[in-house]
Design a protein around this ligand. Structure first.
Ligand SMILES: Cc1ncc(COP(=O)(O)O)c(C=O)c1O
Length: 403
């Protein structure tokens, strides 16, 4: 681990030598020969889609997260849409969610014709603040979509109590796209909320290229989700082929949101490495937190009883102690070839949301955080050298601008 540089180095943005020659991305997948072999086997088999790898991946994933049912989808976004449908969201309904997320979390509420209602986040975790949710919840609230921001589980107990106290009862839907393997109260997320959503995009802990999953302990919800992702049809092609039957019925309006056997074979192989991937991300988070202790930045908080999964490592700049803003620091880090990013532009600030809802409402915690956030590289394939480079660059740049 590099120590704090003793004298100020010239920043790359000012013509100095960059910390790295080649860009270190903020996230990327790691694939090995076993992953490739697993996919090749499916490519040589009879079933590229709707075949046996799907149930195998779903069963193994459900067991790994500790849920009774897992239903695969073609993306995390499709999985969110499935959950919004299964919760029965319809025009006239409201669903409460966080502005500090990728727009897909709120968009799935709109797909169902329902209204997203934003509630501000807690200053420590940037997760949905239950006190703000309780101000927004009412008889029209059908669901709360909580997000495990950066991989830190949301306040699931408090949010679940709020959802259950509602008449009629609202659903707690956890968008754990960042949080596969995160623990809450000693349990992995996946079987805690009414439905939990995962994403298998390449920057995540486990990838299928594109892909997603909904997990639930509720057999009825699982059945609706299975039909929804297959056009609303009550049986699957392979079941019909094996039973020698042609007849099928479409019983609800669904979509083709199926994940292929090709993708599920990759998922099965990636699942083998999930524990190791999580361990590596946790190790990197510890190193970052230790390295930035003396700098005017706020590292991500970890609440008691929680073990985050560290999809992201977002620092917040203490702008009061810096001579410049986030944009300049971001630019300087990129010039050092550190692939920093920002998560997220608060959803209500996107032009589509501003124009559609014309709301004047402010979310001070999320909005203030947005001005300060920078996500550092965080992926399980990072070498010690990569971590050192990221640490070195942050120290170099932030010290340069410290007052
Ligand atoms: C919080 C959150 N929800 C949903 C999604 C959508 O997932 P996908 O890209 O698999 O559709 C993402 C994607 O990164 C995300 O970060």
């Amino acid at each position: 681990m590099s120590a704090l540089p003793t004298k100020l180095e010239t920043l790359a943005v000012h013509g100095g030598k960059p910390v790295r020659e080649k860009l270190l991305p903020y996230g990327r997948q790691s694939l090995d020969d076993a992953d490739i072999q697993s996919v090749v086997e499916v490519l040589k088999s009879d079933w590229l889609t709707t075949g046996p790898k799907i149930a195998e991946f779903e069963e193994r994933f459900a067991a790994w997260v500790g849920a009774r049912h897992a239903i695969s989808f073609s993306s995390g976004t499709a999985a969110l849409h499935g959950a919004a449908f299964a919760a029965g969201l319809a025009p006239g309904d409201e669903a409460i969610t966080t502005p500090m997320t990728f727009c897909a979390t709120a968009n799935c509420i709109l797909y169902q014709g329902a209204t997203p209602v934003f509630a501000d986040v807690s200053p420590d975790t940037l997760n949905l603040d239950p006190a703000q949710v309780s101000r927004k919840i009412n008889a029209r609230t059908k669901a709360i979509f909580a997000v495990d921001y950066a991989g830190h589980p949301a306040a699931l107990d408090e949010l679940s109590q709020l959802a259950k106290a509602q008449v009629p009862r609202a659903f707690l839907i956890e968008d754990a796209s960042h949080a596969v393997g995160a623990e809450y109260g000693g349990k992995r997320v996946g079987g805690i909320a009414d439905m939990t959503i995962f994403s298998f995009h390449p920057v995540k802990h486990l990838t299928t290229g594109e892909g997603g999953m909904v997990t639930t302990n509720d057999a009825q919800l699982a059945e609706i989700l299975r039909r929804f992702r297959n056009h609303g049809i009550s049986s699957e092609a392979r079941q019909r082929q094996e039973a020698g039957q042609w007849f099928y019925e479409m019983v609800l309006l669904g979509f083709n949101y199926r994940l292929t056997d090709i993708a599920c074979a990759l998922g099965l192989s990636q699942l083998e490495k999930l524990d190791a991937n999580l361990a590596r991300r946790r190790e990197i988070a510890v190193q970052y937190t230790a390295a930035f202790r003396e700098l005017p930045v706020l590292c991500p908080a970890v609440r008691e009883g929680v073990n985050p999964a560290w999809h992201l490592y977002p620092i917040r700049l203490r702008l009061e102690m810096l001579a410049t803003g986030r944009a300049e620091i971001f630019r300087a880090l990129r010039a050092e070839n550190i692939g920093v990013n920002v998560h997220y532009v608060p959803v209500h600030q996107h032009p589509y949301y501003r124009e559609r809802f014309k709301s004047e409402e402010r979310y001070p915690v999320a909005e203030d955080a947005y001005e300060r956030l920078i996500s550092l590289p965080m992926f399980h394939g990072m070498t010690d050298r990569d971590v050192d480079d990221a640490v070195h660059a942050v120290q170099k740049v932030v010290r340069h601008y410290s007052r």
